[in-house]
Design a protein around this ligand. Structure first.
Ligand code: PMP
Length: 461
């Protein structure tokens, strides 16, 4: 398997790949990732890559971590599966729930487990509806999300998502949702507008939207503290304080989607700690098991739990759960993974090495292709532009990003191109030297791409 002269394998294969141009894929084929070690993955031809996106923003403790393999194996031998339905449970899921309740902000008191972030956000919608029904607020159903947001791809979570490719030709949104402007200061601030004024404007937009819909119909606001797949967007410092004040004024619940941010990414255990967010619901996944096993958790407040419990008491059951909700194997892996994060001080590592990554990437700010470098801790975005002065985008959007993405493979680097924004989110175990190596590979990739862009411009003259 695999093409002898190419990092792309060209054999016929049978997978419909997600988030891929299917026709282009037929032409170039996939890279077959074969194994991983630390921050590196290897393809089936033996090429080594720095996994600068930790898989899909997922792997905290690195690839090839034997302790997670052993934790899964131990649990598989003891009890390979049991559910959490009908007054049954299993030890790892209870222990994990207890641990998450202790780790997360004090208001969050119960955990509900799912297999994926999308299912978790679907569950959030249903739990909020169920809770509001219990309060006699059957009209209070609408969600407010943001443009560029990513919260999943199922019919409901995909409705919260605000990215055209995930919605347009799927006829979404399908649940009642309004999307307000995302906190993308570089793109959406007006000329001369301060970050503070920008945050005020976005909070005012949120309030106007709630009032327009009617506060008695708006159930919740959902947002990633720092938006990841939407282009790596750290909000202005006072954004969350202002958003929370608006939500509280109108009895609108706050849902913090920490699927990417959670477990140390920003240099704090949760991004809610970093931004001072006091959410009613927190959604966790990805780094919870370093993605060695699929798992997500919805953390809910005491009030929400009480409302849900009251309602289920009335009708006899809380009719929501997945076959693998509270599956003991991912729960056991999560417990071991959290031990590793704590023992190796990976949150502190993300803060310390994250500063180096941010500094090194910001040295590229003068590069002719770079419009803005942004990020916190070990997550960063580098937005590429056609014209630094006017911030003009490339035409078509995403073409240069795709070039950088492909070329980076040739320099042993896997990154993510979100349109023309290049995203970095390496495993939390990355060292300073490895960060420098990663950024150097990226710089060379950018230089080559700039030369190619110039050639194309000259050819077009
Ligand atoms: N929320 C956020 C912020 C995400 O980044 C993702 C996945 N990238 C999801 C939800 C959905 O998670 P999953 O892919 O596990 O369904």
């Amino acid at each position: 398997r695999g093409h002898p002269n190419s990092i792309y394998a060209r054999d016929v294969e049978y997978v419909l790949h997600p988030v891929t141009n299917a026709r282009k894929h037929e032409e170039i084929g996939p890279i077959v990732i074969d194994r991983g070690e630390g921050i590196y993955v290897y393809d089936d031809l033996g090429n080594r890559y720095i996994e600068a996106l930790a898989g899909l923003w997922s792997v905290a403790v690195g690839f090839g971590e034997k302790r997670l393999v052993e934790a899964a194996s131990r649990q598989m031998s003891k009890l390979p599966y049991y559910h959490t339905f009908s007054h049954k449970t299993n030890e790892p899921s209870v222990e994990l729930a207890e641990r998450l309740v202790k780790m997360t902000p004090a208001r969050l008191r119960r955990a509900f487990f799912t297999n994926s972030g999308s299912e978790a956000n679907d569950s959030v919608i249903k739990m909020v509806w169920y809770y509001n029904n219990a309060r006699g607020l059957r009209q209070k159903k609408k969600f407010i999300s943001r443009t560029n947001a990513y919260h999943g791809i199922t019919i409901a979570s995909g409705s919260l998502t605000g990215l055209p490719a995930n919605q347009r030709d799927f006829d979404l949104p399908f649940v009642p949702v309004r999307h307000v402007t995302c906190p993308h200061y570089y793109r959406f601030a007006e000329p001369g507008e301060t970050e503070e004024a920008f945050a005020d404007r976005l909070a005012a937009e949120l309030e106007a939207t709630i009032l327009e819909e009617g506060p008695d119909t708006v159930a919740a606001f959902i947002g990633e503290p720092l938006m990841g797949a939407g282009g790596v967007l750290p909000p202005p410092a006072t954004y969350w304080e202002k958003i929370q004040a608006v939500c509280r004024r109108h009895d609108v619940l706050i849902v913090a989607d920490e699927v990417i941010n959670g477990f140390g990414r920003l240099g704090t255990m949760f991004a809610c700690d970093y931004y001072g967010i006091d959410s009613d619901i927190m959604v966790l996944s990805k780094q919870i098991t370093s993605s060695y096993q699929p798992l997500a958790a919805v953390m809910i407040s005491h009030e929400l739990y009480e409302g849900i419990a009251d309602n289920s008491g009335k009708i006899g059951t809380f009719g929501h759960g997945f076959t693998a909700s509270g599956h003991p194997v991912p729960a056991a892996v999560a417990l071991e993974n959290l031990d590793i994060i704590e023992e190796k001080n990976l949150v502190e590592n993300a803060r310390r090495v994250g500063e180096v990554m941010q500094d090194e990437l910001r040295k590229l700010a003068d590069h002719p292709l770079v419009g803005e470098v942004r990020g916190v801790g070990l997550i960063a975005g580098v937005e590429l532009v056609a014209d630094k002065a006017t911030k003009a985008k490339f035409n078509p959007v995403g073409k240069v990003g795709a070039q950088v993405f492909s070329r980076a493979h040739e320099h042993g680097l896997i990154i993510r191109a979100i349109g023309d924004t290049i995203a970095f989110c390496p495993p939390l175990i990355i060292t300073e030297d490895q960060v420098r190596d990663m950024v150097e590979r990226f710089r060379v990739t950018l230089d080559e791409t700039a030369a190619m862009v110039r050639e194309t411009e000259v050819a077009a003259l």
